[in-house]
Design a protein around this ligand. Structure first.
Ligand code: PEP
Ligand code: MG
Length: 572
């Protein structure tokens, strides 16, 4: 009987296959009182070492089979298993006479509880990585082998409560063509891996039945709609088989653009960079050859720690990202916390309007130690490749000047200890507030570049909360008010002779590509999945055509008119 399972779209694409339920074996053990705690600690350490060397091996295999990004994700599990805080908690519990299994479960449990309390989706999702490490170590201590997936039939759709990254890396995309889970969201590592493997995935299907009564049934996975259809009717099947084939053709067509330069149809070279949330994502993108990292959201390095990360931890994360960029420019945005982004260890006061509150550069200028630690780490990373610093959520000239003072101080601090860095590091700002747009001519005199953040700019220009579903319909990049603001900022920046790019999601939408071409933005920095579609769209426009269309766009007065025109003219 036909059923629809609704979840969240975690990896795009559609597939038509047969269900295979994946159930983890239960890991049962007796809680025992341990007399010889030294021996038990040794037993735990052996399991930990075994886990780390096995996982490292898996990472190497993943690197050669499916890419460095997957390898990097698995390596984060090694780092987790060796995390001094977690190890201390586990060994402390064993020293207090708990058996290794109970100590691991209790220590990981409280770590997961801490992460799950976070307001940030990204941090909450990290709890599943801890869960994965915990189970792998328990399996080693209890001698329970992992379930074999290598013999799954080609055309299998894996259905499970949760698929941990350690399972995801054992998935062969030639056999497993879809993933459906009860738990997990679009930010989970499993989702990231599914996207990297290009397997359509629907996660967070809360109504997934507990019993495995659907084994072997035909199923459609729609990774765009976040929906799966069990036992589809013949009409649905034929529609989706066609969609699957068309999707495959489109993906193959897009792949051709991975090795091409970004050029318009009349040959104008264009700088197409990528927005990333850390080295893992940067690595995943390397094969698409973006022309730089236009936005490194440095929050990732703060969110994955239990306290503010020190200079060395940050330097390591920035250095790894810069190395992936391989000589292309990397823009590191300073901490953009506040608004909808929180840190588990930072108790900020509750704000009635967090998006208008203590956020981004305001936070950094309110905690100069944290800010200068970050600036020193960024400065030090500059010896590994071309790096710039970018300030988020700027609303005034004073903020820019105060940040410049801190940058100068950070340089002095490094000089006084003889630490190497590049003196000529450039400084830019996000143009993502109404104040920054209207003051763009003055701000342009203070900095080396602008990057227009349309995600926030849309919410501030249109007074529409970017996360509020009730007003989501009003949140649109096609609104003439937003487009006028973008045009104004580009023109003021260019008139002052500085570089102007666009890094919000609007840049990732091929619908708006001709508009950004015509406005002569120097750079588009797009989300990872958009590099190839946007490069392809750019290749389909001459500058003359883009100019003509954009002139018409700016003659229109409503969002609907703009969208209709752009949709009608869309090439890709
Ligand atoms: C933006 O606001 O457009 C942007 C790129 O930053 P974030 O989405 O991280 O706020
Ligand atoms: Mg922003």
């Amino acid at each position: 009987m036909r059923k629809i399972w609704q979840g969240v779209a975690a990896s795009p694409g559609v597939s038509v296959g047969k269900i295979l339920w994946y159930r983890e074996q239960e890991l049962k053990y007796q809680h025992t009182f341990v007399e010889n705690t030294a021996l038990e600690i040794e037993r735990y350490r052996q399991a930990q070492n075994q886990f780390c060397s096995y996982t490292e091996e898996q990472a190497q295999l993943a690197a050669s089979d499916v890419g460095d990004a997957q390898a990097e994700i698995i390596r984060t599990h090694v780092a987790l298993a060796r995390d001094p805080y977690l190890v201390g908690q586990i060994e402390g519990r064993i020293a207090a006479n708990q058996c290794a299994e109970a100590a691991i479960e209790a220590a990981c449990g409280s770590f997961m509880a801490l992460l799950s309390e976070s307001q940030s989706e990204l941090i909450r999702q990290r709890a599943s990585d801890v869960w994965d490490v915990q189970n792998s170590m328990l399996r080693l201590l209890l001698h329970v082998p992992e379930k074999d997936l290598s013999s799954a039939e080609p055309g299998t759709v894996l259905v499970a409560d949760e698929i941990s990254p350690s399972v995801t890396v054992r998935i062969d995309p030639k056999r497993i063509i879809g993933i459906i889970t009860r738990k997990g969201g679009p930010m989970s590592h499993s989702a990231i891996l599914a996207r990297a493997l290009e397997i359509p995935a629907v996660l967070g299907v809360t109504e997934l039945p507990k019993e495995v009564d659907t084994e072997g049934l035909p199923i459609i996975v729609d990774g765009y709609l976040g929906q799966a259809m069990v036992e589809p009717n013949p009409w649905e099947l034929s529609v989706y088989i066609k969609k699957q084939a068309a999707g495959l053709r489109y993906r193959n067509e897009l792949k051709k653009f991975a090795t091409r330069e970004t050029r318009t149809a009349d040959g104008r070279r264009f700088h197409l960079a990528v927005n990333v949330g850390g080295p893992e994502e940067a690595m995943r993108m390397a094969s698409y050859r973006p022309e730089g990292i236009g936005l490194l959201r440095s929050e990732f390095v703060y969110m994955s720690q239990l306290d503010f990360p020190g200079e060395e931890v940050q330097l390591d994360a920035y250095r790894r990202t810069i190395m992936v960029a391989g000589g292309a420019p990397t823009v590191i945005r300073t901490l953009d916390i506040g608004g909808d982004k929180a840190l588990p260890y930072l108790k900020l006061e509750n704000e009635e309007n967090p998006f208008l509150g203590y956020r981004g550069i305001r936070f950094s200028l309110g905690d100069l130690d944290v800010f200068r630690t970050q600036l020193r780490a960024i400065l030090r990373s500059s010896i590994y490749g071309p790096v710039s610093v970018m300030l988020p959520f700027v609303t005034s000239i004073e903020e820019v000047r105060a940040a410049k003072e801190q940058l100068a101080l950070a340089k002095e601090e490094l000089k006084s200890t003889g630490t190497e860095f590049r003196e000529d590091i450039s400084l830019g700002i996000m143009i993502e507030t109404a104040a920054a747009v209207i003051m763009a001519d003055r701000l342009a005199k203070e900095v080396d570049f602008f990057s227009i953040g349309t995600n926030d700019l849309t919410q501030y220009m249109l007074s529409v909360d970017r996360g509020n579903a009730q007003v989501a319909e009003r949140y649109s990049y096609c609104d003439p008010a937003l487009l006028r603001a973008v045009k104004w900022a580009v023109e003021k920046g260019k008139a002052a002779g500085i570089r102007v790019g666009v890094c919000g999601e609007a840049a990732s939408d091929p619908l708006l590509t001709p508009v950004f071409l015509a406005l002569k933005a120097d750079r588009l920095s797009v989300s990872p999945g958009a590099v190839l579609p946007v490069r392809r769209e750019i290749s389909l426009w001459t500058m003359e055509e883009a100019n003509q269309l954009t002139e018409k766009v700016f003659s229109l007065s409503t969002e609907k008119e703009v969208r209709a025109l752009l949709e009608q003219e869309r090439r890709g």
